[in-house]
Design a protein around this ligand. Structure first.
Ligand code: SF4
Length: 343
């Protein structure tokens, strides 16, 4: 693995540092996100918040707005909360032990292991999605990969395989192997440094493993959004900092219960804003969040006077600006439904 990594390892901006702040930042950004998407954000974050103290001192809204487009926004809120905790409880110095690192919001066992290994050269294991896949294949684990038995067994293998020395390089190597060789659909077994050891390959099961996890049906929520337009700008409001999708922006929205007509519900919202006019239907979109699917019906209303907007943080943005705003998933898609100007 180490010899392979020396030749085939990727050059990435966070690879040249042992600075725990930079490594932690990269690890949080890389959760559920591809390297290519992360690089620009990583660099912009460091320009804006060069140290954990800068990040802790920033308003949460500034952190969320800079995160716009990277998705999984709970990470941005946790990042900010964790920076505050490092400054307030650890004097601005990241603790080296995986146990203490796990006290930081957004840092689970695997992320803690990665920071400990990469920044502090601690013998700590990681078990992210890529490593999970490699281990399931390497040992031909033919049971559900997310059961508690699998969890116990995979962590045990991950820990046993982590070497005493060169933990930093080994950790990067196994991450790279998962990202570039042992790919989910079609692994490149011929180029893999583990191919002689790999049980899945020996059994011809490399494309069947890990077994697919059975997914539960997700509940559906229905909402309708008002795209209130004045002189080419649309009204958006920031959701409360705490709670579901906290701190993110959205168009004014109303929940729909069974049998509710969207237009009738929007009339109530229009009454609240003291606006009137003809609602223009823009169709509906669906978006899958972690615990539910949202079906969002969209209506546009053009107005010429200022509405009465209740006292929540709000703003008027052009379509170009909306494309870069920290809107949550469904509302980001809604921007794409806005007709070109003049219609
Ligand atoms: S031999 Fe193939 S399946 Fe096995 S670890 Fe390597 S790439 Fe993955």
């Amino acid at each position: 693995m180490l010899a392979w990594y020396a030749k085939q390892g990727r050059e990435l901006p966070w690879r040249q540092t042992r600075n725990p702040y930079r490594i932690w930042l990269s690890e949080i950004m890389l959760q559920q996100t591809r390297v290519e998407a992360v690089i620009g954000y990583y660099q912009r974050f460091l320009e804006n918040f060069p140290s954990v103290e800068h990040l802790a001192a920033a308003p949460q809204a500034a952190v969320i707005d800079l995160w716009a487009g990277l998705g999984y926004y709970a990470r941005a809120r946790n990042l900010h909360a964790a920076a505050k905790l490092v400054v307030e409880q650890f004097g601005g110095i990241f603790p080296p032990s995986p146990e203490e690192l796990q006290r930081l919001p957004g840092v689970g066992r695997s992320t803690a292991g990665a920071i400990a290994a990469l920044a502090f050269e601690q013998r700590a294991a990681i078990l992210d999605g890529n490593v999970r896949r490699i281990l399931c294949r390497l040992f031909a684990w033919q049971e559900p990969p997310r059961s508690s038995a699998a969890e116990k067994q995979l962590w045990q293998w991950a820990e046993e395989l982590t070497p005493q020395a060169r933990v930093h390089d080994y950790t990067q190597a196994i991450m790279d192997l998962g990202a570039t060789v042992c790919l989910p659909r079609k692994p490149f077994c011929d180029s893999c440094p583990l191919h002689e050891l790999c049980q899945a390959r020996r059994l011809g099961l490399e494309q069947q493993l890990p077994l697919k996890q059975k997914t539960k049906p997700v509940p559906i929520r229905y909402e309708t959004a008002l795209l209130l337009e004045r002189e080419g700008r649309y009204l958006i409001r920031r959701r409360p900092a705490n709670g579901l999708l906290g701190g993110l922006w959205e168009f004014p929205t109303v929940s729909l219960a069974d049998g509710d007509a969207a237009e009738a519900k929007l009339q109530l919202l229009m009454h609240e804003f003291a606006v009137s006019g003809e609602l223009q239907p823009l169709g509906s979109i669906q978006h899958l969040y972690s615990h539910f699917r949202l079906v969002l019906q969209l209506y546009r209303l053009s107005i010429s006077d200022w509405p009465q907007v209740a006292e929540v943080e709000n703003d008027w943005r052009t379509v170009a600006e909306l494309n870069h705003a920290a809107l949550h998933g469904a509302h980001k898609k809604a921007v794409g439904k806005i007709p070109a100007t003049g219609e």
